[in-house]
Design a binder for this molecule. Sequence first.
Ligand code: NAD
Length: 348
Amino acid sequence: MGRTMVVSWGLGAMGGGIARLLASRDSAVVVGAIDSDPAKIGRSLGEVIGEPSAYPGVIVSGDPVSVLEGEGRDAQVVVVATGSFLRDVSGQILLAVRHGKNVISIAEEMAYPMAADPDIARRIDELAKEHGVSVLGTGINPGFILDTLIITLTSVCAEVTRVRAARINDLSPFGPTVMRTQGVATTEDEFWQGIASGAIVGHIGFPESMHMIADALGWKLDEIRETREPIISRTERVTKYARVLPGMVAGCRHIARAFSGGREVITLEHPQAVLPSAEGVETGDFIWIEGVPGVNLAMKPEIPGGTGTIAISANMIPRVMAAPPGLLTMRDLPTPSAHLSPGGGLRC
Ligand code: NAD
C-alpha cells in the first residue's frame, strides 16, 4: 500500500506535532499545510514545525481551497487541529469533505458532536456519506481517557451502576489556545470574568465524553451539571507557553456530574494546571466503575496529553481510511492501537 497523503490544517502545538510524527514514519506524508497565522503563512512546513529538512517544497498556505485543490488534491486525509468548537471547525470539516477527504479532527466537540449540535452532526454525516469519506473526532480527552478507555473497561462488567473518573494532568505541552481557554496566567478576577464571558471554559468535552459513555451503556442522561474553579498557584511556574506568578491562576478545576432518573451516574473530574508538580500534586488518570465486577484503574502519572493526542491522531489514520463513510466516533471503530511495523517503528 502507498503512503497515505495528508493535509495538515492547523499547525500549532498539536497539528505541528502530528506533522512532525508523520515525517518520521514511512506510511503517511503531509503534502499540504494550512494555517491562518500570518507568522506561518508562506514559510516552509518543515521550518514551521521545527524540522527544517522535513517536507521539502511544502509551503504553509492561508487559503484552504487552494491547498485542497492544489498540492493537497490527491490527499486522502485532512487532519484538522485548529480549534475546539463545532462553530469554528465544522466549516473546515465540511469543506474538506466536499473535496472528497477523510477527516480526523481533534476539536473537543467533534469527539461526539451529537452532544453539542445534533444538526451539525447530521450534516457532517450526510455529506461524508455523499462523498464516500469518513470523519472522526479523536484526541487524548475527549477521545480516549474519559470516554473510550472507560467504555472499553465496562466490557468486562456484567452490571454497571455508576462511573467515576479523574484526570489530573499537566497542561504544559498544550499551545496558546488551551492556555487561554483554561485561564492559565490570569488573575483570579480575570478568571471569573472569563468564566462569565465564556472566554474561559475549563475542560472542553465533558458532555461529549458523558454522552458517549451513556450511549454505549444504554443510559439516558437527563442533566449534566458542571462546576469550574481556579487553581491558584503559590509558586512561579514557567513553561513554553505560559508564565504564572504566585497568586495567579495555574489552571482550572472542572467537575461534571451526569444524572439519569435523578441519580448521579457519571462523575468526571479534570483539574488541569501547568506544572502541578511545582506544588507536589501527583498527576494521574483514575477510573472507578461501580458494578459487577467493580473495576479500578489508576495510572500515575497521567498519559501525557500532548504526545497522546499527537499519537492517537496519527494512529487513527489507517482506521479512518478503512472505515465505512459517515461521521464516526471512537466507539464506532475497531479497538484502537498503535501501528507497529515489523521493524518495531510506529506506522501511522
Ligand atoms: P494551538 O493554539 O497551538 O494551535 C492552533 C493552530 O491552528 C494555530 O497554528 C492557529 O494559527 C491555527 N488556526 C486557528 N484557527 C484557524 C483557522 N480558522 N484556519 C487555519 N488555521 C487556524 O492549539 P493546539 O494546542 O495545537 O490545539 C488545537 C486545538 O485542539 C485546540 O482547540 C485544543 O483545545 C484542541 N485539542 C484537543 C485535544 C483532545 O484531546 N481532543 C487535545 C489537544 C488539543
